[in-house]
Ligand binder design. Structure first.
Ligand code: SF4
Ligand code: SF4
Length: 315
């Protein structure tokens, strides 16, 4: 299963788990020896200025993960008995990274069963499609937040509707020509004011293109507050949910620091540093153990992003 906490079904399941802490108390006291998902930010640079994205408040230095550090992470994962799903993106556009196909290849060579990216698709030119298909990418989500030139440009500012649309059509054609089933495609729409929230039109636009029998699908997502970076959702006064992240996933920023989750886009909630620690050390170490203990009691003090996070305060 690909953990994608922004998808509706995953959200509902996790919310059920999180809102019944006593029932799942034994689960909260235990964790697997390795994360089920590791999110590796290959870059935090982006070529878009999407209207709903809090990138205008991104204070971290922009850059790309050094390949040597990536190799170190993969080498450790190659020895893990239960290998995590590897996300190769973070708070940026992963296709800006010219080394992405090499990273995918290496991850697959290290025995990672599932590799995944989320992209805006604007740079998914034919050659890039060929490279990521050949590298063995397993699934790819493309954020496509418009149904025509006007709504797309008003939402995904800086990108071109026709270029991305053509890229997606070309990707599907190339994958078919190469007789490959992967990467599976998830085409995501995010209804909001600037794009008129035209879900029906989005579904009509993509009715015949993706290979639904082969596992492609459409996904309708919802707006997020990004730990206080935006304020789309009304949050309750009290924290009501246990956040599942420290039990399931580890997020690594492009400079190698590990943080509590992908929502912490400014990296203020550090849990370790993969430049000088192993995943195993961080995952089973005192910092994350303390966090699990506190989160299990709904105590998020000392974690400013969590305290503003709508995932645990949503009404
Ligand atoms: S493509 Fe993604 S990271 Fe870039 S501005 Fe849009 S939402 Fe933000
Ligand atoms: S900000 Fe905190 S509460 Fe929100 S998803 Fe991340 S770890 Fe969980």
């Amino acid at each position: 299963m690909i953990l994608n906490a922004r998808d509706k079904i995953t959200k509902s399941l996790l919310s059920l788990l999180a809102r019944t802490p006593l029932l799942y108390y034994p689960y909260y006291r235990k964790h697997f020896p390795y994360p089920s998902v590791i999110l590796i930010e290959n870059t935090n640079c982006c070529n878009a200025q999407c209207v709903m994205c809090p990138r205008d408040t991104l204070t971290r230095k922009r850059g790309f993960m050094e390949f040597g550090l990536f190799e170190k992470i993969m080498k450790e994962l190659s020895g893990a008995r239960r290998k995590p799903v590897v996300h190769l993106h973070g708070f940026g556009e992963p296709l800006l990274d010219t080394l992405l196909p090499e990273r995918i290849k290496l991850a697959k060579a290290c025995g990672i069963k599932h590799t995944y990216i989320v992209t805006n698709g604007s740079l998914l030119f034919a050659e890039t499609s060929r490279k990521i298909i050949a590298a063995g990418l397993d699934s790819m989500k493309i954020s496509f937040y418009g149904t025509d030139v006007e709504s797309y440009h008003a939402t995904m500012r800086g990108l071109d509707f026709n270029v991305t649309l053509q890229n997606i059509k070309d990707f599907l054609r190339i994958r078919k020509e190469l007789k490959k089933k992967t990467p599976k495609l998830i085409l995501q729409y995010l209804p909001q004011e600037t794009n008129g929230a035209r879900i029906d039109e989005f579904q009509t636009l993509w009715r015949s293109l993706p290979d639904k029998n082969g596992g492609d699908c459409l996904n309708i997502s919802t707006l997020d507050n990004f730990g206080g970076g935006k304020s789309y959702n009304i949050v309750g006064e009290k924290i009501v949910s246990v956040c599942f992240y420290p039990w399931t996933a580890l997020s690594v920023l492009c400079d190698g620091r590990a943080v509590t989750c992908c929502v912490d886009y400014n990296g203020v909630q550090g849990v370790g540093d993969l430049n000088c620690q192993s995943i195993e050390e961080i995952w089973n170490g005192p910092v994350l153990s303390g966090i699990r203990k506190n989160f299990g009691k709904l105590d998020y003090s000392g974690f400013p992003t969590c305290l503003s996070c709508d995932w645990v305060r949503r009404r």
